[in-house]
Design a protein around this ligand. Structure first.
Ligand SMILES: Nc1ncnc2c1ncn2[C@@H]1O[C@H](COP(=O)(O)OP(=O)(O)OP(=O)(O)O)[C@@H](O)[C@H]1O
Length: 281
């Protein structure tokens, strides 16, 4: 279980996270949503141990993150960051293999099988000898998903182990650049991992994907959690208006198991005052 309690974090004197409260448990796909700059990536990076200058408490399975050795953290959690810019000419197989670096020699007996399995699951095995920087954006993202999967798995079979209390997966906009098929694949994989006991937290911008796959949504605004709970409760027109400034309708359709969020106001976003401000340049 992950407990984020009263976490605040500033860059210089600019507060970015303000008394953040969040609890996430294995078995649920938790999704962070919110407008640009709301603090989603910063929260994820703080939980990942990247930012250490926070105030408050982050407990992972009862242990304060501050007190956990870095190598122990790396064996417990895998992170897919936003905008990974890897320019070195590593092959696809080498990038996926980076997921295994955190483990000790005795834990790396099945490295090859796990890496092959992860590449096949993300449908990038055929690209394994290609130079990573030459791949398309969506292909690179699938390779990164394969890397984090390789980091999490302890056997070359998604269904073989129970990871409850042992593993955490942090995904920052994991489906960026992926086509519709691979978006579904990546999020079904995240759901399956959560069923295997992995604590999964993902940042998503797409309401339809969040509605289809999230069990619990945290809606962030100005560095704190504005609303949280199941999809039906959180993705309401007033919440979305408050956090994104957009009027939406939430529709239900007999052929769709989740609510559909549709925007009403595309034409009215270009207000005359905004245009006047632009004209000033
Ligand atoms: N290293 C940093 N130094 C200074 N300011 C930062 C840093 N990282 C983030 N910020 C600021 O913190 C705020 C929150 O950024 P963050 O990346 O967490 O937002 P986000 O909700 O993930 O947004 P997006 O949807 O655009 O990815 C922004 O105003 C950003 O400019």
């Amino acid at each position: 279980m992950l407990v984020v309690k009263d976490v605040s974090l500033s860059f210089g004197n600019v507060p970015v996270l303000a008394q953040m409260q969040l609890q996430a448990q294995p078995g649920e796909l938790c999704v962070l949503m919110g407008a640009n700059g709301a603090g989603k990536s910063t929260l994820l990076r703080t939980i990942a141990g990247e930012y250490k200058h926070y105030h408050g408490s982050i407990l992972l399975n009862g242990q304060e993150l501050h007190h956990m050795p870095v190598d122990a953290q790396a064996r417990q959690r895998a992170v897919l960051s936003q905008q990974l810019n890897l320019q070195m000419p590593f092959t696809v197989a080498e990038v996926a293999a980076m997921g295994r670096y955190a483990y000790r020699a005795a834990e790396r007996l099945y490295d090859k099988e796990i890496i092959t399995y992860a590449l096949k699951l993300l449908q990038v095995y055929d690209l394994k000898d290609r130079s990573y920087p030459t791949l398309s954006g969506g292909q690179q993202q699938r390779v990164q998903m394969a890397r984090v999967l390789a980091q999490l798995l302890e056997a070359p079979d998604l269904h073989a182990m129970d990871y409850t209390g042992k593993k955490m997966l942090l995904l920052d906009e994991p489906v960026t650049g992926m086509d519709i098929l691979h978006q579904q694949l990546a999020l079904q994989l995240a759901v399956q991992l959560s069923r295997q006991g992995v604590l999964v937290i993902a940042v998503l911008h797409d309401f339809q994907l969040a509605a289809a796959y999230a069990q619990h949504i945290f809606l962030l605004k100005n560095g704190h959690v504005y609303a949280q709970g199941p999809v039906d409760t959180v993705l309401s027109p007033p919440h979305i208006k408050h956090c994104f400034g957009v009027d939406v309708s939430v529709l239900h359709h007999s052929l769709c198991a989740y609510p559909l969020v549709v925007t009403n106001t595309a034409a009215t976003l270009f207000s005359s005052s905004a245009l006047q401000a632009t004209n000033a340049y």
